[in-house]
Design a protein around this ligand. Structure first.
Ligand SMILES: [Fe+2]
Length: 310
């Protein structure tokens, strides 16, 4: 394998109003604004450089997920690897590489970044300027819906160099580039759409505080709280209609022993949730009818989701 990834670096979202979105993501998810220029903001969870990029655009959505290369893999080596895989890419002014996966999801490869002395310490041991208030530890993973799951899986293993963590029947596949269970996942529900970004938080207690905080901001859960059997994390999924995605807040994800042998989980309620509750069908959709149904809990009240318009 001639590409090696260090970790997920950031997610970039297109937002309608950069001032509104910057304040909203900061206040609601405890992210610190580290840079703000016309039309673009960078936010971080703790002591990293940034983990969320917001760019102003008339069509809000996920724009791209950015992956940082391992210390022993240069951008030139990564570019040669993309050439060998027949993946076309463009170069950003900073040398980073931009391309798309087979489902059209934007991707970016960034050069490895030397950590500051502060960042080499675990969060509670850092003696720098403390983050303000309640905040996630870090951005942990991204998750996409992609109906062409076999082709998309081949792309993330062969082109991106990720390793399969686990499969949920034919319904989903999870990938790691370091020992935490996953940094990337594909759920084979169509049509293709970005599904969620996920923030790592400390524990169940902080999850409760975060969810109360978000509830007071008018947020609701599309699914959760959940105890995933696959990956073991405790989590909940918060709907963000403004940018057509969910935010997962999670804690206590499984740490793999590497090298890891992928497991195949049954695609049933137990595989998805130790506690047995499956998501409403709206969880896999981002159209207005699904958001409305979920907001008013119409499926739970006996009204099925209307079919997805073509
Ligand atoms: Fe997730």
């Amino acid at each position: 394998m001639s590409i090696r990834l260090h970790d997920l670096h950031h997610a970039c979202l297109r937002v309608l109003d950069i001032d509104e979105a910057t304040a909203r993501w900061s206040v609601q998810f405890g992210l610190e604004v580290v840079a703000k220029e016309p039309g673009r903001s960078l936010l971080r969870a703790d002591s990293e450089d940034y983990c969320l990029e917001l760019v102003q655009d008339a069509e809000p959505d996920h724009d791209h997920s950015a992956w940082e290369l391992a210390a022993d893999c240069s951008l030139e080596e990564a570019a040669k690897h993309l050439d060998a895989c027949n993946v076309s890419y463009s170069r950003e002014p900073d040398g980073s590489l931009r391309f798309s996966d087979p489902s059209g999801r934007g991707l970016q490869l960034l050069a490895h970044r030397e950590r500051s002395a502060i960042e080499l310490w675990p969060d509670a041991g850092r003696r720098n300027e403390p983050p303000f208030g309640m905040h996630p530890r870090r951005l942990g993973h991204v998750n996409i819906l992609a109906p062409n799951i076999a082709e998309t899986t081949a792309f993330y293993t062969d082109v991106m160099g990720m390793h399969v963590s686990d499969k949920l029947g034919e319904a989903g596949i999870w990938f790691h580039v370091h020992p935490e269970h996953h940094q990337m996942a594909i759920v084979g529900k169509g049509p293709a759409h970005f599904h969620h970004i996920a923030f790592d938080i400390v524990d169940w207690g902080q999850l409760r505080v975060f969810l109360d905080h978000l509830g007071r901001h008018g947020r609701w859960l599309g699914w959760g709280p959940v105890h995933h059997n696959l990956a073991r994390n405790l989590c909940a999924y918060v709907r963000i209609p403004e940018e057509n995605l969910f935010v997962e807040l999670y804690c206590d994800m499984e740490i793999l022993r590497l090298p890891h042998t992928p497991r195949e989980w049954a695609d049933d309620a137990f595989g998805s949730n130790t506690w047995g509750v499956l998501p409403p069908r709206s969880y896999f959709r981002f159209d207005e009818a699904a958001v409305h149904s979920e907001r008013h809990q119409l499926e739970a009240q006996g009204t099925p989701l209307p079919p997805l318009a073509d």
